[in-house]
Design a protein around this ligand. Structure first.
Ligand SMILES: Nc1ncnc2c1ncn2[C@@H]1O[C@H](COP(=O)(O)OP(=O)(O)OP(=O)(O)O)[C@@H](O)[C@H]1O
Length: 292
């Protein structure tokens, strides 16, 4: 990825924390937000979910994790969120330990495969949940909720219950719930997998717009080659048994992307390249034949 495509976070020069988080390292590269170094994850039943995973995610990147079922995408994403322990290896957040997460400019949010909304609560109450957990209230809190609902296109649906929303709208509410925390890093675990293609394409466009507008860094798990290529500045391909990273492909095309990109020869070329990488990765994960 070229640095020209990265939307750096805006720092206030008098804020020393922000200055310390400044956008580029001494080589002019956007600074790492996440560094996964030599991570192995073995579950209690002996499954080697990750073997020797090394991955650096830099500020402003949109990185997709793609790979066959069981290759460890969700395990890696959960470890990146601090939701799962590593067996060995290290994970750095903003070049430091997990304890910096939550500081100014270092907030992360997780969007799950399902919208995971509280069915008995109205949309506004669902979106408010993370702020309630932080005991936030008042006009500023209401403004954050209004902004998030507006940004995901759910203005006017405050009082609806989740069951009254389509699947796409439920995912929008889930994204709004992540947004009210004003994250810098968004981890998304196959959020649109259950949606029809039209809704998925629309949400892809909306997430890309929000990513650019807010200067987020996004790590996005998907099974779809097309979705990965459309959205990402980089596609990381994984193989199974054991789960590992086997390819890292830059999608060297400008943002914003739109319907024209979906039908371009460049898009088709990247889809072919990523599909071939996925085929190789899938072949690596096949159980070995037992020789007589
Ligand atoms: N809690 C667990 N205990 C034991 N094994 C687990 C656990 N969670 C995941 N696994 C195993 O670890 C491997 C990686 O799982 P993971 O869910 O990370 O893969 P994935 O690439 O996200 O799969 P999918 O695309 O199907 O969601 C799989 O073999 C899975 O069965």
């Amino acid at each position: 990825m070229t640095s020209s495509k990265v939307t750096p976070l805006k720092a206030n020069p008098v804020d020393t924390r922000a200055a310390e988080q400044a956008h580029t390292d001494s080589n002019g590269n956007p600074r790492p937000v996440l560094q996964v170094e030599g991570v192995n994850k073995i579950y209690a039943n002996g499954t080697v979910a990750l073997k020797g995973a090394d991955l650096t995610i830099r500020q402003g990147e949109f990185v997709s994790l793609l790979g066959p079922s069981g290759c460890g995408k969700s395990t890696l994403l959960r470890i990146m969120a601090g939701l799962g322990d590593v067996t060995t290896g290290t994970v750095k957040f903003w070049e430091q330990g997990y304890d910096v997460v939550g500081d100014k400019g270092r907030k992360l949010a997780f969007v799950f495969q399902n919208a995971t909304l509280m069915p008995w609560a109205r949309v506004r109450k669902n979106v408010r949940l993370p702020l309630d957990l932080e005991h936030q209230s008042g006009a500023e809190t209401e403004r954050k909720i209004d902004d998030a609902l507006e940004m995901v296109g759910l203005k006017g649906f405050d009082n609806a219950f989740p069951r009254e929303l389509s699947g796409g709208m439920q995912m929008r509410a889930s994204i709004a719930r992540a947004m009210v925390t004003e994250p810098n890093l968004l981890l998304m675990d196959e959020p649109f997998g259950a949606l029809d293609e039209m809704t998925r394409n629309k949400l892809n466009d909306d997430v890309l717009k929000l990513w650019q507008k807010n200067g987020w860094t996004i790590v996005f798990v998907t099974h779809s080659v097309y979705e990965a290529v459309y959205l990402s500045s980089r596609v990381v391909v994984m193989a199974a048994r054991p789960g590992r990273i086997v390819d890292d492909i830059s999608i060297d095309q400008p943002f914003p992307r739109n319907a024209d990109f979906r039908v371009s020869t460049e898009f088709a070329g990247y889809c072919r390249q990523v599909s071939q990488a996925l085929e190789r990765a899938s072949a690596m994960g096949q159980p070995q034949e037992v020789k007589a």
